[in-house]
Write a protein that binds this ligand. Structure first.
Ligand code: BGC
Ligand code: ZN
Length: 355
């Protein structure tokens, strides 16, 4: 079968190759329909991240998938639409992996399909233990590849509400930094929960301002709105901050910006070596005297995938046309390289594999 592979650790080693069909065991077989690409895929293709399955010298990339079951297993019948969970428990397993919370793995020995020690989904088909498949309703087929990125945001949002059980809390306003797929999907979840949302990004043109506006959020372009100044009260009270740029200095500004008892979730992966000067006394005092929380959130478990499916369906009914606008390019498998290139007006790019 055809698959997009890389030699992990080697830059620009990607190719569309003919690889052996997946080993089936008692697994379901899924014919891939579409796969979304993201920054992690770019890092893997650049040779900066990722590893192949033990004993193999290549890795099939791709972790944001939607596909159709062609060989039934467990509760899944032929023809069912599915996506697959990315992370798998470590073999030990640690306390959290043993509890189904592999997104909270303690020892780093977890594996991730298409990323770490397991083949991914940017291929014509894959085999999967039904325990790691998640049902996708027919109406979500065109956006099924968004379930995985949405699951990442579902986890962060779930954690915010769980952590805030520490107090009486009626959040009204949120600030999301970054209007890429994660930022926009975070905005979508917060809007579904009835919050006013500000979306802050450096661009002032292209599709992003319009996408935020479609969700009923207020878009702030960096040039006109300085976050640090906003901390002085321009935006009113901010109960929740979600950082989705990975531009690390912004994380600290965001902690400064939220109101007393506020909470900040960091979701951006900053793989560079940037350092900045921070007013540590000020920040420390803000956090202590205002009972603030800042936490990091990565990956997702089954619960978050299931929430993502429900919320994508609700969002599709509430904001028709939003996802069509957010998926700015769809490329056939043969053009996977173009899909991986970041073009100016890209938000989400999806590779079409089958039908
Ligand atoms: C994936 C996550 C994964 C993370 C780190 C992200 O792109 O969506 O599932 O945990 O990369 O590998
Ligand atoms: Zn673990």
């Amino acid at each position: 079968m055809r698959a997009v592979i890389v030699r992990p650790g080697r830059a620009a080693s990607d190719e569309l190759a003919d690889v052996p069909a997946p080993v089936m065991d008692d697994h379901a077989v899924v014919d891939v329909i579409a796969v979304g690409v993201d920054g992690t895929d770019n890092e893997i293709v650049e040779g900066r991240y990722g590893s192949g399955p033990p004993g193999e010298d290549f890795l099939i990339i791709g972790h944001e998938s939607v596909g159709r079951v062609t060989r039934a297993a467990g509760e899944f019948q032929e023809g069912d639409l599915v996506t697959a969970i990315v992370r798998r428990p470590d073999p030990v397993p640690c306390l959290n992996c043993a509890n189904g919370e592999w997104d909270m793995c303690l020892n780093g020995l977890y594996t991730e399909r298409g990323i770490k020690s397991r083949h991914g989904f940017l291929a014509e088909r894959y085999a999967e233990d039904p325990e790691y498949l998640v049902r996708v309703p027919v109406e979500l087929e065109p956006v099924g590849a968004l379930v995985e990125p949405t699951s990442i945001v579902e986890k962060a949002v779930e954690q915010i509400w769980r952590i805030q059980e520490r107090l009486a809390w009626e959040p009204k306003t949120a600030l999301v930094t970054g209007s890429g797929p994660v930022g926009l999907l975070a905005t979508m979840l917060l809007r579904l929960r009835g919050l006013e949302v500000y979306v802050y990004d450096r661009v002032s043109d292209g599709p992003k301002p319009e996408l935020a506006t479609m969700l009923g959020a207020r878009y702030l372009a960096a040039a006109e709105a300085d976050l640090a100044r906003a901390a002085g009260g321009d935006l009113g009270d901010i109960d929740i901050g979600i950082e989705a740029t990975g531009y690390s200095p912004l994380s600290f500004t965001l902690v400064d910006t939220v109101s007393p008892n506020g909470i900040v979730a960091l979701t951006g992966v900053s793989s560079g070596t940037r350092s900045a000067q921070i007013a540590t006394d000020h920040l420390n005092m803000e956090i202590v005297l205002q009972n603030k929380v800042v936490f990091g959130s990565v990956n997702a478990n089954r619960r978050h995938f299931e929430l993502a499916v429900d919320d994508l369906a609700r969002a599709q009914r509430r904001w028709p046309g939003f996802f069509e606008a957010m998926v700015t390019r769809r490329e056939p498998l043969i053009n996977y390289r173009s899909a991986l290139e970041r073009k100016a007006d890209d938000v989400k790019v999806i590779v079409e594999v089958g039908s």
